[in-house]
Design a binder for this molecule. Structure first.
Ligand code: FAD
Ligand code: NAP
Length: 577
């Protein structure tokens, strides 16, 4: 079936429907177009870009270096696109998404301003019926969720919000025309990554800025700046080689890493190493020692180092104390900042601790916390997302025998490899729960998933299969493995959005796969080359035919021995599956 053959406006049958036009949906569409399949993308937003379309708050930028936070599927694209900064700002990332959409002619198959409301599997016809809020009812063999891990904004229902006469914004739904806070009294709720990026910029405009902090976070300076032309040229001289090095890392991006255990170093050596990695800045700071996220005692040393850094910047010791987290360093997602702590030395910036008593309510003119009313013209909710499953929850997804996905995932998401889930044939999730997703560089995570799915779809066509679905025993084993592995890391110990703890009532389950990108990719490759082990293909004429590996070929990753030393593997630091 070719999408050119029928006018898109009239077409109601597709090979695939893709939900979402962020980096995941865009790349999936490109691959299906190349394969000659008909695909329709529905996107709630008015254009492509997903995260970078919605999160337009001041200071929004990536925290994986731009040279790595980009697609790798097209060598010419790699060479022609130029990032202006080490960590490029949101408008530039959005411009990149637009460039990709234009260059690969994606928009013809995307319907914007259209939310998918329901997807139902028709067992008789072996296809999905997809419905939207614009009245579309289309069918497709495959339903592919590219809805994003951090796309369902969470605005806590504070009492009295409706009475507030000022403006309320959420960082994840920032107005396109921008907001001018000049001369205004602004409140911001939250001190996660979005808040930490936006606070210094909002503080520059606002007359007063009141930050409501429930839990302080660790932030490492980005040391952002203009792109180093030599660095760019060096990478571009062998971009595929550089990308391959990055893929061999548990995080899916490359940075210098010191595998040595923390406590093997003397206090002086440790201090030197921390200073050296602090000077590089950003998430790679976590590479200062090999066991920071595994050994509490090791982690205590880095946490103390970070607290000393905060105290060295913030003049008022009481404020500095409030800003110092006392939990595991890197347990909640590490933040990357540009002049965040410095802002608290400004007389017009106030920090309000709401850790002991929650924010009481909004009033007509402000917010009450700790029995004090703060008069505000506008409030910014930097309160995060219903992560990983929030955008699934908003769609009525019905699989075989009337089973709804929300019912199946009541006690936490259950998937096989984060790619698919029992009871929902021909239903794929890009960076779904149970895959490395948010614990890795997301763009390679997306590309690897899409390539695997596209190979799978090609194989199904080769062998004449109508449906593919995982088996319960393989799914159960994978869920158990994801849980077991999460316990190896200190990351599973705190109340983060990784475990759903930011949303009251959500089951506490560590949702992403923490075993590391290369370990995961190797597993996916093996499943494929073993003839889709753990999946049942139905309607196949030749079920024994081994798959031809096409797109997935570029994901033959090797474990980076520098990072995953045999000793680390033996010690169970890096799970081998
Ligand atoms: P998204 O970009 O979230 O796109 C999903 C799309 O699906 C959205 O546009 C949404 O509108 C649409 N959608 C959802 N439900 C429906 C529906 N029912 N119907 C129609 N459309 C729907 N990751 C990194 O690796 N590095 C970074 O530096 C980084 N920085 C980030 C900064 C911010 C502020 C945030 C919020 C996230 C960041 N991330 C980062 C994670 C980021 O989400 C991913 O890197 C990536 O952009 C995800 O792409 P995606 O296409 O999977 O999802
Ligand atoms: P977040 O990390 O979940 O932070 C939300 C903040 O709001 C937390 O400080 C939270 O406090 C607070 N909060 C939530 N509900 C509250 C309530 N009822 N009262 C008071 N405070 C409340 O969300 P985010 O900052 O948007 O970031 C989410 C993720 O997106 C990041 O972890 C990261 O993966 C990605 N991101 C990346 C970047 C980047 O640098 N590239 C920028 C932004 C986002 P508690 O901690 O106490 O829950």
């Amino acid at each position: 079936m070719n999408s050119e053959a029928i006018r898109p406006a009239e077409q109601t049958k597709f090979d695939a429907v893709i939900v979402g036009a962020g980096f995941a949906g865009m790349y999936m569409l490109h691959c299906l177009q190349k394969l000659g399949l008909s695909a329709r993308v529905y996107e709630t937003g008015g254009d492509v870009g997903g995260t970078w379309y919605w999160n337009r708050y001041p200071g929004a930028r990536c925290d994986v270096e731009s040279m790595q936070y980009s697609y790798s599927f097209d060598a010419d694209l790699d060479q022609e696109w130029r990032w202006s900064q080490r960590y490029s700002p949101q408008p530039e990332i959005l411009a990149y998404a637009n460039h990709v959409a234009d260059r690969f002619d994606l928009r013809r198959d995307i319907r914007f301003d259209t939310r998918v409301t329901a997807a139902t599997f028709d067992e008789g016809a072996n296809h999905w019926l997809v419905e939207t809020d614009q009245g579309d009812r289309v069918s497709a063999q495959f339903c592919i969720m590219a809805v994003g891990c951090l796309s369902a904004a969470n605005t806590p229902p504070f009492d009295g919000m409706k009475d507030f006469e000022g403006s309320i914004y959420h960082t994840g739904h920032w107005p396109h025309e921008g907001v001018d806070f000049t001369g205004q009294q602004i409140g911001i709720i939250g001190t996660g990554s979005s808040a930490i990026q936006s606070i210094p910029i909002i503080a520059k405009q606002a007359k007063t800025l009141t930050v409501f902090q429930r839990t302080p976070n660790y932030a490492v300076p980005a040391w952002n700046g203009p792109m180093d032309k030599n660095y760019e040229a060096e990478i571009k001289a062998d971009y595929p080689g550089f990308r391959a090095k990055a893929r061999a890392r548990p995080t899916g991006f490359y940075f210098p890493f010191n595998a040595k255990p923390t406590l093997d170093a003397s206090p002086d050596e440790r201090e030197k190493k921390y200073e050296e990695f602090w000077a590089r800045g950003g998430l790679p700071f976590l590479g200062a020692f090999g066991d920071l996220l595994f050994e509490k005692e090791a982690n205590d040393t880095v946490a103390e180092f970070a607290r000393r850094k905060i105290r060295s910047v913030v003049d008022d010791p009481v404020i500095a104390d409030l800003l110092c987290p006392d939990n595991i360093f890197g347990c909640k997602r590490l933040c990357v900042d540009s002049n965040y702590y410095e802002v608290y030395n400004e007389p017009h910036v106030k920090l309000v601790d709401v850790s002991k008593r929650p924010i009481e309510r909004f009033t007509k003119t402000g917010v009450i916390a700790n029995s004090i009313e703060y008069e505000l013209d506008a409030v910014v909710c930097a309160t995060g997302f219903a992560a990983m499953t929030g955008s699934f929850d908003k769609i009525k997804i019905i699989g075989r025998e009337g089973l709804t996905l929300s019912k199946k995932w009541e006690a936490g998401p259950r998937t096989y490899l984060g790619l698919s889930t029992v009871g929902f044939p021909n239903f794929f999730m890009i960076t779904g729960p149970g895959s490395p997703s948010v614990l890795a560089n997301m763009i390679p995570s997306i590309e690897q998933h899409v390539d695997w799915m596209v190979d799978c779809i090609s194989h199904m066509r080769d062998v004449g299969a109508d449906t593919i679905e995982p088996t319960l025993s393989y799914e159960d084993d994978w869920v158990d493995h994801v849980n077991a592995v999460s316990e190896i890391s200190l990351r599973s110990t705190c109340s983060s959005w990784y475990v759903g703890a930011n949303i009251p009532g959500r089951p506490r389950v560590f949702m992403p796969y923490i075993g590391g990108f290369p370990v995961y990719v190797t597993k996916c490759n093996e499943v494929m080359t073993n003839g889709y082990e753990g999946f049942v293909l139905k309607g196949a004429e030749d079920t024994n035919k081994l798959p031809r590996v096409r797109w997935t070929d570029r994901w033959q990753v090797e474990l980076d021995i520098e990072v995953m030393s045999p000793a680390a593997i033996a010690a169970g630091r890096v799970p081998v599956i």
